[in-house]
Design a protein around this ligand. Structure first.
Ligand SMILES: CC(C)(COP(=O)(O)OP(=O)(O)OC[C@H]1O[C@@H](n2cnc3c(N)ncnc32)[C@H](O)[C@@H]1OP(=O)(O)O)[C@@H](O)C(=O)NCCC(=O)NCCS
Length: 177
């Protein structure tokens, strides 16, 4: 019978809160990971504003994984409190691990840290979304305990032919009526 190789575990892995100096490395790692294939929906686009915005609004729910001062991965989320519901929802918005550190349990450690933070925050339900064909992520989320996948259809309408010309300005800078 073939002997199974023991799964590699990241040595020296540290999970800590995201800091201002992490913004650029996190953004650049995300640029490599969130391609048009993994995140084709424009409703949430990976860009500098996404990372900076989450850091400004939800720093307490943003964590990085570090190995010997190298960024190995990150997890960024938020907490949603609906006025009509007593429940708090945790939203795991972005998670990524550098390909050179893949399958070493780094996402697992990040997600467990995130989960503990959500529990401390009084969150009753965690939400995550990903593309239906992102099999590594789906497998990961299932293993973590996410269940009950719901299908969601995105539709688009091209408005480029219907755009109005910007209003003309008079010599004094006022808009012509
Ligand atoms: C999904 C992702 C975060 C997993 O990171 P990781 O650190 O490699 O994952 P882990 O080593 O912690 O894996 C834990 C479990 O997840 C599953 N898993 C992880 N990568 C997998 C892959 N490529 N194929 C199948 N299952 C996978 C396995 O069940 C694995 O357990 P095992 O190794 O004991 O079989 C990483 O592949 C990634 O960054 N993907 C691109 C970005 C992305 O899609 N993010 C999620 C949506 S925001």
């Amino acid at each position: 019978m073939p002997r199974l190789e023991p799964r590699k575990r990241a040595i020296g892995l540290k999970i800590r809160s995201m800091e201002v100096d992490d913004l650029a490395p996190v953004f650049h790692l995300g640029e490599k990971l969130f391609t048009a294939n993994t995140v084709p929906n424009l409703y949430r686009t990976w860009d500098e504003f996404e990372v900076v915005g989450l850091y400004q609004s939800d720093a307490e729910f943003c964590f990085v994984a570090e190995i010997e001062d190298l960024l190995a991965g990150f997890i960024l989320g938020t907490v949603i409190s609906k006025t009509k519901s007593a429940w708090k929802y945790g939203h795991l918005i972005w998670m990524g691990v550098a390909p050179s550190f893949a399958r070493q349990g780094i996402a697992d450690r990040l997600a467990k840290h995130f989960l503990e933070t959500m529990l401390e925050e009084g969150v009753r339900m965690l939400i995550v979304d990903t593309e239906a064909d992102n099999l590594p992520a789906l497998q990961f989320f299932r293993k973590m305990g996410f269940t009950n996948p719901q299908e969601h259809i995105y539709m688009t309408m091209n408005l480029s032919g219907r755009q109005q010309a910007p209003p003309e300005k008079k010599g004094n800078g006022q808009v012509k009526k």
